[in-house]
Design a protein around this ligand. Structure first.
Ligand code: DGJ
Length: 734
């Protein structure tokens, strides 16, 4: 998979369909090529070494010019490259210039695994590690490139070692940087807000820097740590798409910079703002992994490459390969207003309808009747559970259901025993007023004693209730970054140390209780990132459960994370976030394209709605393996609804899950907006075997058609009356 051309000093990294190439020239590491697979060959020409300003050994006079134009693989600043640097240091004397030279490389089977951070894994990996060094400071940088023989992705990571005698400060350590030779690219990013996560933005690159980032201490609702660079003609099925994401859950930085010579410098990593790291002599720093994908078959294939990688090489949970229990969560049913009696009514009814897991959300602990108190006091509220929470868990178990609980481990309420005992455990800057957000503060998870105290409380509850499921929430962003445990010159380490602390506690949870299904959540989808997938196989995608809005949120979410990770529930209508009413079965079809569950008071449903639940559950159980393991094809564009009757062909969304062995497929269609006097919509399928014949039911009739017919002629969607009507069609290869 990885070849080294000794004479040309070139590295060629091959995945099944793509190639990534690098070269050492004049002692500098240069980027040559990223794209469709090439046979191993000398690519020196692409470096343009025979054009001015020439390498320093040819023309030392123009060294700084050379630096500002060469296609750098891991650029530094201060010696002539005025584009964005990937790596920065500050010496004990306060100097910042740095210049990395190639030292050596090795190619080996396997890949680096990190003890403190999420990372990809797998036996079928090969890695290229290139060592670079800045001679005056004796700082060594190790760039790693890993490929798996079953995935069209390249995993990059960076490790820094201080081989000198004095401590230095790292001011930035991005995980990936590359200079591509392409000037017509467009940048696709996911932006959003609470309850409106992962909307799609796509704009042509202009000269200058186009950045998305987070400084919120989490990957954020506002921007996802993912972006794609695409050709103007790229769509779901065709065209070039380069995708980048970071296996990290904190402050990130992702940027494309179109430079004076129309090169594009692409970068992703920990946000250099609010970051620095003191590196003692002989110490090492590890940056998170970045994932790079190239597809010449559009955005759909790019996404499927990410999905497959994360499914096979990142998600560890035993639940990855199992049908997850159908759950009912009481948040939208009761919010904070419940007691044992109320919840048991919901649970009894839910159990009768075939729901398997009862999840008690926020409000079961301390004296929490609103979001004003008790975070940090993880013991049951005696007013709501007079006999304790284990007794309630026992009653749920008698109903034949599993039991799950909500925690927000990283937070503390000012009105809590924990905060009264340890006010310094909150992240804060002395003598500066600490900002409240949702009436709570953030615990300083960089401190082990803080994590230990929370862990001890969680373990008590987990063991006394025999928990099957945990929803780990995080409902505010970080402010007033300061830790009582760090000296002044290391305060800028806090944001990263905080994330490492979160990972530490999650690691304890998933290794001590591997059978627990962990669902990550952050006020909806503020930590919907690949880092979290290493711990939780599913992530609550948004507090917005409106099926119409979910089409967009889930379309955006699956740009880089697998559908099996998208937490999705059926809730009541009018929807609590939008006031919109959508058909019950469409809500099910949309939720079924993620993890599936109910988030409502089942005792208040109509008889008609209740009667549909057993069939919905059966359908979920039947199709769950296909959603989890199949290949997803997004067929529609929920971001372009019809505005006029003439545009009505746009007022729909559809997607398809195709089994990896091609034996079956599940097609889902949603008519977003109905139009009067319109003909049927013709939807072209994708991903089927052209020669194979598929049997399916449509409009009450059984049909058999070839894959070619279904992909070229399509299915006619007709007889749907009203907005948000849906159809699900199961296609079985004959
Ligand atoms: C935010 C989550 O996204 C919701 O699902 C719910 O758990 C609330 N927090 C509880 O406070």
């Amino acid at each position: 998979m990885i070849a080294y051309l000794e004479t040309a000093q070139q590295f060629q990294i091959n995945t099944p369909h793509t190639t990534y190439a690098l070269a050492v020239a004049d002692g500098y590491l240069m980027h040559i090529y990223f794209g469709k697979r090439l046979a191993v060959q000398d690519l020196t020409d692409l470096l343009r070494l025979n054009e001015s300003p020439y390498t320093p050994t040819v023309n030392l006079r123009e060294k700084a010019f050379f630096f500002d134009t060469y296609p750098a693989e891991y650029p530094t600043g201060g010696t002539g490259d005025y584009r964005e640097a990937a790596f920065g240091i500050e010496t004990a004397d306060g100097f910042r210039a740095c210049e990395l030279h190639y030292v050596e490389h090795r190619i080996f089977k396997g890949k680096p695994l990190f003890s403190e951070m999420p990372h990809t894994f797998g036996d079928n990996a090969e890695t290229l590690e290139i060592t670079l060094r800045d001679a005056p400071t004796d700082v060594t940088v190790f760039l790693s490139y890993t490929v798996f023989d079953d995935s069209d992705v390249i995993i990059r990571s960076v490790k820094v070692r201080n081989s000198g005698k004095k401590a230095i400060k790292l001011t930035r350590v991005l995980s990936a940087s590359l200079d591509m030779d392409n000037d017509r690219l467009e940048m696709l990013t996911l932006y959003g807000s609470w309850a409106r996560e992962r909307q799609i933005d796509r704009v042509p690159l202009r000269h200058g820097k186009q950045r998305i980032d987070s400084l919120r201490g989490e990957s954020s609702h506002q921007y996802s740590p993912f972006f794609a660079l695409v050709s103007p003609e790229t769509n779901e099925q065709s065209g070039a798409a380069y995708g980048f994401t970071l296996i990290y859950s904190g402050n990130f930085f992702a940027q494309a910079e179109l430079t004076q010579h129309c090169q594009t410098r692409i970068q992703i990593g920990i946000n250099p703002d609010d970051f620095s790291w003191e590196l003692q002599a002989d110490a090492e720093f590890q940056a998170p992994e970045a994932v790079m994908v190239y597809s010449d078959n559009g955005l759909g294939e790019m996404s499927r490459c990410f999905h497959k990688l994360f499914d096979h090489h990142l998600i560890r949970s035993v639940w990855r390969d199992k049908i997850r229990p159908v759950l009912i969560n009481n948040w939208e049913a009761t919010y904070f207003h419940f007691d044992e009696t109320k919840l048991l009514q919901i649970a009894e009814q839910a159990a009768d309808l075939g729901i398997e897991l009862f999840v008690m959300d926020d409000g079961w602990f301390g004296h929490r009747d609103s979001d004003d108190s008790s975070l940090g006091d993880w013991f049951p509220d005696k007013r709501k559970f007079p006999n304790g929470i284990h007794a309630f868990a026992e009653k749920i178990s008698v109903l034949g259901m599993q039991f799950g609980l909500w925690f927000e481990p990283e937070m503390v309420s000012p009105d809590s025993d924990l905060f009264r005992a340890h006010p310094d455990w909150a992240i804060q800057i002395p003598s500066r007023e600490l900002s409240l957000c949702r009436a709570q503060f953030v615990l300083d998870f960089s401190r082990k004693e803080v994590r230990d105290a929370i862990w001890a409380q969680m373990q008590d509850i987990i063991e006394s209730t025999h928990l099957s499921y945990i929803k780990w929430d995080m409902n505010r962003q970080l402010t007033e970054l300061g830790s009582a445990a760090l000296p002044a010159h290391r305060q800028q380490e806090l944001a990263h140390r905080y994330v490492l602390g979160v990972y530490d506690l999650m690691e304890r949870l998933v290794t001590t209780y591997p059978q627990i299904l962990l669902e990550n959540c952050s006020g909806g989808g503020a930590r919907f990132d690949a880092g979290m997938l290493y711990y939780s196989p599913q992530i609550w995608a948004s507090d917005n459960t409106d099926a119409r809005d979910r089409l967009r949120i889930q379309h955006g979410a699956t740009m880089f994370l697998p559908p099996s990770a998208v937490g999705a529930h059926i809730s009541v209508c009018p929807n609590h976030a939008t006031g919109r009413t959508t058909p019950f079965d469409t809500r099910a079809a949309v939720a079924m394209s993620g993890t599936f569950g109910y988030e409502l008071d089942v005792t208040r449903l109509t008889d008609d709605e209740k009667s549909r639940i057993p069939a919905q559950i059966e359908c979920y159980r039947r199709f769950s393996p296909l959603v989890r393991n199949g290949l997803q094809y997004r067929l529609g564009d929920p971001f372009s609804p019809s505005k006029t009757a003439a545009q009505a062909q746009n007022g729909w969304d559809a997607w398809l899950f195709v089994a990896e062995d091609g034996a079956e497929a599940l097609f889902t269609y949603v008519q977003i907006s109905a139009e009067a006097n319109m003909r049927s919509r013709r939807i072209l399928l994708a991903g089927l075997e052209p020669e194979s014949v598929y049997r399916y039911e449509i409009d009450g009739n059984t049909q058999e058609k070839t894959g070619a017919y279904l992909m070229q002629c399509g299915l006619l969607m007709r007889n749907l009356f009203g907005d948000m009507q849906s159809v699900q069609i199961h296609l079985i290869r004959q």
